[in-house]
Design a protein around this ligand. Structure first.
Ligand SMILES: Cc1cc2nc3c(=O)[nH]c(=O)nc-3n(C[C@H](O)[C@H](O)[C@H](O)COP(=O)(O)OP(=O)(O)OC[C@H]3O[C@@H](n4cnc5c(N)ncnc54)[C@H](O)[C@@H]3O)c2cc1C
Length: 448
């Protein structure tokens, strides 16, 4: 029997202890400390989650939830709410992660990171590959509702909550206490990396755009500018990155050779079909997104019909505000042509071209420059977009579309049904006033 987790009240907890509890697990070091929660609880059991929701009901306050702490805009920290941190949920006693050999379903606590999960799966010989959207793998969830009820949700029981879990993001109107996820056979990973001077930007990006529709479907195609540590080069470079998920080297070579053979200009540096791994991919991610830095991100899905995407992006991708910043074009094609695998889920908006900016810096003095870069670029691109991906967005800064019209309307309805009082903090929009209604799912200029 585990002792109930304490609920720390702001007014009766040492201010430093309270501040650290609130902010220590937030990845982004650019923090709006004017948002001060009323209380904090590090839940260890589902009973703690239920007790926290009961506490919030009694006090008439909202509950905000934190799992990994990785939302760029620190959505978990909300003014006058009870912050429910799930880092220790099912940790001791466990199990944080369980794998069912028969069904190939892994269940885990929501604060288990992708890296932790993949390490576990590699050890038990489960795994992942290029599979489309991660949320498509959710087979079931355990939740505590805004009314403090424990529920199991699947395609057949409470299906509207499973529908919302696949794409509502921070608008999910309950608290997930466990995910059940379908795994796939583990593949090998190989990568071709080509580094170019920015003078080749238009040629190379157009080449990547043109080859995406007919390239091997297990291969991710990315164009990214940043300051890469390439010997004898300083300043930003363009990296054309092809990552393929295949069972063996010969299959990877078959996927990557036609790309290599069609290079339109010689790169400064070429690394063809190098063996990689999930651990290696996480190491690359950690290098690109170091801890203890300040971040600002935003993104657009550029419309498929645009013919001159490289020309539109050239100045943007060359104009990085700091050496650690990056601008990314990610080919969604052919995933974008699968129509979400025919699945009806909240996630419902995409295009062939995902364009995201990640400003990365350390000194507060650079906040305005870095945030201004992201904001300015988005103002220039958003009218050519069909909307944005909410995981890299900040609803306080910019209003846009995140779902199809139909899914956006259904999400509002699901939120009204499951959390009519707005107990669970939803989307952090301007003034944090969206409440039960949530986001408008409209372009900013739509209401001009
Ligand atoms: C370094 C870095 C790399 C990233 N890379 C990618 C990437 O490759 N692809 C991608 O798609 N995104 C990426 N992101 C964005 C990130 O994955 C998303 O913001 C994601 O939502 C973070 O999950 P979290 O549990 O850490 O969020 P938290 O910050 O813990 O929570 C964010 C919000 O999600 C909701 N929430 C969290 N847990 C629960 C729960 N258990 N029940 C109900 N609601 C909950 C709450 O509203 C909460 O406020 C990256 C972010 C970082 C910092």
């Amino acid at each position: 029997m585990t002792d109930p987790a304490p609920i720390l009240l702001r007014g009766s907890t040492d201010p430093t202890v309270f501040h650290d509890a609130v902010w220590d697990r937030v990845f982004n070091h650019r923090r709006d400390t004017s948002r001060v929660p009323l209380a904090f609880c590090a839940a260890r059991t589902v009973a703690d989650v239920v007790a926290a929701v009961e506490f919030a009901k009694t006090r008439g306050c909202r509950v905000s939830v934190r799992s990994g702490g990785h939302s760029w805009a620190a959505w978990s920290v909300r003014h006058e709410a009870l912050l429910l941190d799930l880092a220790d949920l099912d940790r001791d006693p466990g199990p944080r992660i369980e794998y069912d050999e028969l069904t190939k379903v892994v269940s885990c606590s929501p604060s288990v990171t992708g890296q932790e999960l993949n390490d576990f799966l590699i050890a038990v010989d489960g795994g992942t590959g290029r599979l489309g959207w991660a949320c498509e793998s959710i087979t079931a969830i355990e939740v505590v509702t805004a009314d403090s009820q424990k529920l199991h949700c699947s395609e057949t029981s409470n299906p509207d909550l499973i529908w919302a879990a696949r794409g509502a993001g921070p608008g999910f109107p309950a608290i997930v206490t466990r995910f059940h996820l379908l795994t796939r056979p583990l593949t090998q990973i190989y990568q071709s990396l080509y580094f170019f001077p920015l003078s080749a930007f238009r040629t190379i990006l157009q080449w990547e755009i043109d080859l995406a529709p007919t390239a091997d479907p297990d291969t991710e195609i990315v164009g990214v500018t940043s300051h890469f540590p390439i010997p004898s080069h300083s300043g930003p470079l363009l990296l054309a990155n092809f990552t393929t998920f295949k069972p063996c080297l010969s299959a990877a070579e078959a996927a990557l050779s036609p790309i290599h053979a069609s290079l339109p200009v010689p790169p400064l540096l070429a690394l063809f079909c190098q063996p990689s791994s999930l651990a290696d991919q996480y190491a690359q991610q950690t290098a690109a997104n170091p801890a203890a830095h300040r971040y600002c991100s935003d993104n657009v899905y550029l419309a498929n019909h645009l013919s001159d995407i490289p020309a539109r992006l050239e100045a943007v991708f060359a104009g990085l505000p700091t050496p650690k910043s990056a601008a990314l074009w990610f080919s969604m094609n052919p995933v974008s042509r699968r129509a979400f695998g025919g699945r009806d889920m909240a996630l419902s908006l995409q295009s062939d071209h995902y364009v995201a900016l990640y400003a990365v810096w350390e000194a507060e003095a650079e906040d305005d420059k870095c945030r201004g870069w992201v904001r300015g670029v988005m103002e220039g691109l958003e009218r050519d977009s069909v909307g944005s991906y909410l995981g890299d967005a900040d609803f306080e800064v910019r209003r846009t579309r995140f779902w199809s019209e139909e899914a956006g309307a259904k999400l509002k309805e699901v939120r009204r049904v499951w959390d009519p009082e707005g107990r669970v903090c939803g989307f952090l929009d301007r003034g944090d006033g969206g409440g039960v209604e949530g986001l408008a799912n409209e372009f900013e200029w739509g209401g001009e």
